[in-house]
Design a protein around this ligand. Structure first.
Ligand code: ZN
Ligand code: ZN
Length: 370
């Protein structure tokens, strides 16, 4: 008999689309766990949360993270909403991919995005989205004739960064936002609650009482931490002032994050937002263990957490580098409305070897190849 390695009743590794979530189960996938300096092993911040009721949410979409998202081969139309903690590029840098990539990838409904306001309009999420969209005018205006026009549509939900409030409530899922203490007014952290399970995601924050109060006793708490001051000086070549500014003034040092985790006391604490390498991890862990002795995972990209009332299982995802869009929800593609294509100048058109005309019935060949 063939023996299959298992981990707490699950396959040893997680293969996307091979496991059905139980009705009372939550699955969390780390899509990006690194630092603003993008590298192949760790994309910028992003976390996917999938629920047993079929709902799916993405928290942050930093640079590179969306390549990890597509590796999971989830139909874009299955994502209920995308949430941004703040407007640093390592948290929202893949905006264009989330918007246009998902559209080209088959999304047949408007994109639902949530993000915080700022102390001024120009620092708010709505402004960020609108300016991004405007800057991509050539891109989207050339696409609406070929792709379903609905995919260009974005529903922007901007909420007050300073409030401790519910920003999403549907289908038994409650998502709350509360202020994060990160450099300037605007950043937030999130708490998702569903079916007696909870997931808290810090985004970027220095240790704060607000976080402790809102994360208390959650099932899974993902808290940021940066590499140690020594690592930043030695490996990144920062002077001590810069290292301290980044590692403690802007972010949580590992020993600081540990104090927060001790107070929060989650079923599982996850730290992310640092370069997690064989030669940095031991020192990071040591610093955390100075103050926090509970269950701990040091995240890296493609870690997957299955959460139920009874247990939390942590594994790695096995994926293909050669994925295509998941087409299981593409049946509406042909019928979806298009807009007229933009017309290029006649002199450009005349240079075309095999001219095609865009008519009511679609693209019509005017000449023959060969
Ligand atoms: Zn940040
Ligand atoms: Zn960050």
């Amino acid at each position: 008999m063939k023996t299959v390695a298992t981990r707490g009743g699950y396959a040893e590794q997680y293969f996307p689309n091979s496991e059905t979530l139980m009705p009372d189960e939550m699955r969390i996938v780390a899509l990006g766990t690194g630092r603003p300096f993008l590298r192949r092993s760790q994309a910028n911040a992003s976390w996917l949360v999938e629920l047993g009721n079929g709902d799916k949410f993405v928290f942050d979409f930093g640079f590179g993270s969306q390549m990890n998202f597509t590796a999971l081969e989830i139909p874009y139309s299955s994502i209920n909403a995308w949430f941004a903690t703040h407007l640093h590029t390592d948290h929202v840098g893949d905006f264009a991919q989330v918007w246009v990539g998902s559209w080209a990838g088959g999304r047949l409904q408007p994109l639902e995005v949530y993000g915080p306001s700022g102390p001024e309009k120009k620092y708010g999420f709505r402004h960020f989205c609108e300016m991004q969209m405007e800057s991509y005018a050539w891109d989207t205006d050339t696409r609406v004739g070929a792709l379903p026009a609905i995919g260009a549509k974005l529903n922007i939900h901007e909420f007050d960064y300073a409030k401790n409030q519910t920003i999403y409530e549907e289908n038994g899922v409650v998502i709350k936002s509360f202020p994060a203490v990160h450099q300037f007014d605007g950043p937030v952290s999130f708490r998702l609650e569903w079916n007696g399970l909870s997931f808290v995601y810090s985004g970027d924050t220095t240790p704060s009482q607000i976080f402790i109060d809102n994360a208390k006793n959650a099932d899974v708490v993902v808290h940021e931490t940066f590499n140690t001051i020594e690592q930043l000086m030695d490996r990144s070549g920062y002077d001590e002032r810069t290292a301290r500014a980044i590692g403690t003034y802007i972010h949580s040092a590992p020993e600081e994050a540990a104090v927060v985790l001790r107070e929060v006391n989650p079923r599982l604490a996850v730290i992310y937002h640092f370069f997690n390498d064989f030669d940095t991890a031991p020192e990071m862990q040591q610093k955390v263990r100075e103050h926090y002795v509970g269950p701990l995972v040091m995240a890296t990209d493609f870690m997957v957490f299955n959460v139920t009332k009874d247990k939390i299982i942590t594994r790695m995802t096995e994926f293909s580098d050669h994925v295509w869009p998941n087409k299981s929800k593409h049946e509406g593609f042909g019928k979806a409305e298009r807009k007229p294509m933009l017309k290029m100048s006649d002199w450009l058109k005349k240079a075309q070897l095999f001219p095609k005309e865009n008519s009511e019935n679609g693209l019509v060949y005017k000449g023959k190849v060969g």
